[in-house]
Design a protein around this ligand. Sequence first.
Ligand code: 0A1
Ligand code: ZN
Length: 882
Amino acid sequence: MKTDTPRPILLKDYRPPNYLIDTVALDVSLHPTRTRVLARLKVRRNPAWQGDPGPLQLDGETLELESVRLDGRQLGAGDYRLSDKDLVIGVPPSDPFTIEIVTYCNPEANKALTGLYLSRGVYCTQCEAQGFRRIAYFLDRPDVLATYTTRIEADREEAPVLLGNGNPVERGTLAGGKRHYAVWRDPHPKPSYLFAIVGGNLASYASDFVTASGRKVDLRIYVEPGKENRCAWAMDSLKRSMRWDEERFGREYDLDVFNIVAVSDFNMGAMENKGLNIFNDGLILASPETATDASFAAIERVIAHEYFHNWTGNRITCRDWFQLCLKEGLTVFRDQEFCADQRSATVERIRDVRTLKAAQFPEDAGPLAHPVRPGRYIEINNFYTATVYNKGAELVRMLQTLLGREGFRRGMDLYFERHDGQAATVEDFVACFADATAKDLGQFMTWYSQAGTPELVCQLKYDARAKTADLTISQVLPPTPGEPKKKPLHIPVRLGLLGGNGQDIDLTLASGQRLEGGLLELRKRSETFRFRDVPSRPVPSLLRGFSAPVNLTVELGDADLEFLMANDSDLYNRWQAAQDYATRVLVEAVKAIRAGKRPRKPAGFVAALGVTLKDASLAPGYRAQFLFLPSESDLARVMARDVDPLAIHKARKELRKAIGTTHYRALVDTYREYEPKGPYSPAPEPAGKRALRNVALGYLASRGRPEDIARVAGHFSNARNATDEVSALAMLSELRAPERTAAFERFYERWKDDHLVIDNWFAYQAASPLPSALATVVKLTRHPLFSIKNPNKVRALIGAFVMGNPVNFNRPDGKGYEFAAERVLEIDAFNPQVAARLLSGFRSWKALEVNRRRLAKQALQRVARTKPLSRDTSEIVGKMLE
Ligand code: 0A1
Ligand code: ZN
């Protein structure tokens, strides 16, 4: 790992490449420790480059160079300059010219899991963002687009399956029969980060798809032999995604084959390589016994996400890595819209907002805050963040809200028409919407360049005599690191005003303009909107559907929140009212606990929740969302400073118990009513019923009586699917009871041979609030089934502790922080990406109460002091301590 302080890369320094590479012919000869790569590149001067292009500087890391040829002539060592990060070749006389380079790399030694590596004996690649340079010397940047032909050669026995990007062209056996090869050609020009190859002993699950224009596409999912029977859901999700993109966006698939490969060692979720998506196997493999409803939903979403990248990311790619949100924010928006269409749109919106608030809001409020399009980075892999992905998606959603669905579609059509085959920028993207709809989006661009979550402070004044209601909305833009002053944003605010009967009042502005769809556009720092003909004091329902990624402050009494919970026609906002009410009750309780007082009885909230629980007119899946209280991390975020995770945990536990006790009867009835009938189906309706039933069981368990524990233990042993089994295990993990030990033992015995399912066993021990959790986690790091080299295991055990166990990670003795810091350092030595991500467990450390803050800081300083440290980890820890 490098130790020198790396220079930040700045957006404003962007220059087009001096050379372009039009075609790439790769010949890869796979070998576990010495894979040989011959790269034949057709290079020419970039006509867009002003003046002398200078030498050709190719990126390359961890490569062993054998030879370089220029237009067929072998170069001597004096003809080029070689360093540990590039190969610089003197200006060639001809244009275009051909370069042939032979290098070697070592897949077996590659534990960073970027470039070419081995995962349980399967050769695979991960090139985004800058992994291709670990396979071949190249202009490894997204604005260099080439067509690729790849020949892959390997031992027939070791790697009977050989896959590449594009369409298969040829395959054959070599003399002697021990080795064989396959040739793949991808006709679509692409940047190097979309390159992929796979070689291994894999089984497959096949199907096909006929596109809207009648072309047949062969679909195949490759997995570890024996796991083929767990691919049906992923395949079904893929076909639905393909159809949906045709219907919603007019986008068809463009190759003869679409291959997906599942591997067990993967830094992220999945990767959209052209025609050859590579997935973390946890996001492919699913059967009723092994995958929870949440896994089924995640598989559907990620399959769609990677497939949708074929147009948003691959056909139109990013000019540079600062434009990452151009493909990621847009593709997340597309996968969200897909899931909303496949499932309950309201529940999906709730889920998406939960994710945004849990993952992105803390980022924006802490030392790692950055704009959706950052202006600088040291290590690009640190910018695959919730801000780029999830807030990026919210920006696209706001465009759709501002332009309407139809206007938005016209903008998208223009984007595909204008930029197909190009590497584009955020400006190019937004210009398409402005041009297609004649809307001024100049101010909207600020969303891309300004970090931080705006706060909308709203006030409603009703004049009973004039029958007017004045809504004043102010946007408060808190400073973020390096950005003390902020510009006002263009914010879509969807709203309704509820009359005394619970119905929406027609919205007419003082000017006489009727507000169809209840959409206001806020552009100034503060504006007052007057509504006329308002017959009585209304209750405002603001930011319906979460129309902008902001924090909302509005003075509503408990009675108003109860009223909204019962009546709001916007089902998202009904849920939001319940969350706001719960948050209010819990924050008060935390303050009481810290002051050594007994929290007041939250009778109003508990009663209102009971009404929803029993409301059979609402779908079970939606009711389940109501019953999920704000998480401990949600509460910490809202409290923002002097955070005491233990007090938060106690307050939440008490409230859960109060709900379980008060609604005992209704919860038992719910549990019984939704007992599963018939075979398991991952469809949203039965999944919603299971969710409601499990959340009801959880409330009953929180009472902690022997019969409650017995009920959970029974649920565990009688479970006929992974959802029920794992839910029960999670509930038991919080209880101090012999049933807990028995369940973990049984789960282990049942699933010890399944490397995915057993991750639940690691995760729920790691996330347990019992005081023994840290000791257990330490012990489990030595368990034979644990491997620190495998990112899924790291996430299951260490990630679940650091991110999913606020009480124990934030132990008042600082031992949780010490443990995390040690693991970060251990992992940083071989996998910087995973190490740096683990550090984000500390992202809100400045909000902690003084004692924990001091201890967290010490742990971070310890990481910062260590040398050597990867660029990834040193950038993150540096920002945290700034
Ligand atoms: N583009 C992928 C995510 C991804 C990003 C980086 C990776 O390695 C550093 C791997 C995958 C997606 O959005 O799904
Ligand atoms: Zn993506």
